[in-house]
Design a protein around this ligand. Sequence first.
Ligand code: HEM
Length: 461
Amino acid sequence: VRQLVKQRRPPGFPPGPSPIPVIGNIFSLATEPHVFLKKQSEVHGQIFSLDLGGILTVVLNGYDCIRECLYNQGEVFADRPSLPLFKKMTKMGGLLNHKYGRGWIEHRKLACNSFRYFGSGQRLFERKISEECMFFVDAMDEHKGKPFNPKHLVTNAVSNITNLIIFGQRFTYDDHNFQHMIELFSENVELAVSGWALLYNAFPWIEYLPFGKHQKLFRNAAEVVAQAPRHYVDAYLDELEQSAGDPGTSYSRENLIFSVGELIIAGTETTTNTLRWAMLYLALYPNIQERVHGEIDSVLANGRAPSLEDKQRMPYVEAVLHEVLRFCNIVPLGIFRATSQDAHVNGYTIPKGTMVITNLYSVHFDEKYWKDPGVFSPQRFLDSNGNFVRREAFLPFSLGRRQCLGEQLARMEMFLFFTTMLQRFHLQFPLGTVPTVTPKLGMTLQPMPYSICAIRRQQTR
Ligand code: HEM
């Protein structure tokens, strides 16, 4: 009965598909939820509601609606939902899941400062990324043009950039302890939006069921906390020490561990997936790859290593990376938000504390802003003179108060890894194979495992 009472939409609440009693619309999210939700928005409007087993949820679709909420009403939509799963995993602390307020501000500021101070704001840091790029292409070379699955290598290389900022060091590609930790994180990113996770949010008592994927999620999280890295950000420890007498402080050893875990996984999974999709699409479209090779060779005379300064002279490379981010929708539904106060949008009223899903996929496939959105075409980011053009309805890093804080770092990494790799290699699939482009579902979209051959090019070192 409690569930049925909770299900009723409050007055002025956006409409939505009819829920099945008790479980609501949970199982309609089982396959490609972002596509399903966009289709629903064509029926119910850009802003509509869902019932996730008694948890009333608002879904935002299309560029106009998402901009109105996340940007024009930035503060109102800046919270995270107090879902049982998040409460259990990070006690609504850390950084990514922190409730909107002082604790979030403290953690976000500290992370942004650290990123600026130890990372993307520093010229020396570019050299460190370039060094990692070299380790990366050398490790690819070890396969001598034979087929291999690039997932682990890309993950290790990308996570090392975040590691440099967080721990001040990189891990070698055969460090199994670290790899194991990344695997646990990665598995949890997948499990976090599984049907079992959604069920757990609606019915936390299923914790006591001995089966179900949510159990695996809890076991993974416990294992990560148990082997928390020793060399933690000194900056955090300084703050912790300085705030010792302040009863309102959010700095704690626990929040330190949560936020480190979040930074590693938020930075690794996303950037890795982008690069893996980029490799897949380049092998799939040899004409696009040829144009990338041509641009790299003409800008990087005599095979010199790329630097960030070269970016503005490589509009085609930029266009390809942007099209991968648009088309592949690395974080298709963003990270769940919540209203921090009562909200009024498009004539609807959304009470404080309502869970909000931002369908970023629907922005990248918004027919009002994109012609033939279902076609992979880097050309759409170029003008008639071949110059790179920014497009408005492009939000892979989301928007507003909670927008991705690693965007700058991710852009640096993607450009340097991508150009270094394509400068040295021609990518192709093993003879007679073409991998599927259907994504593996989870909080992030990644390609299904595929094998690729990295053939050394003649032109370069
Ligand atoms: C949040 C995308 C790389 C750290 C987000 C969000 C998206 C996103 C969509 C959700 C924002 C919201 O709530 O609306 C991406 C993509 C990346 C990337 C596509 C790479 C291609 C990174 C990197 C880092 C990072 C490299 C750091 C190492 C974070 C953090 C948040 C976040 C900490 C939570 C921010 C908050 O709650 O205040 N990212 N991200 N991301 N990202 Fe990224």
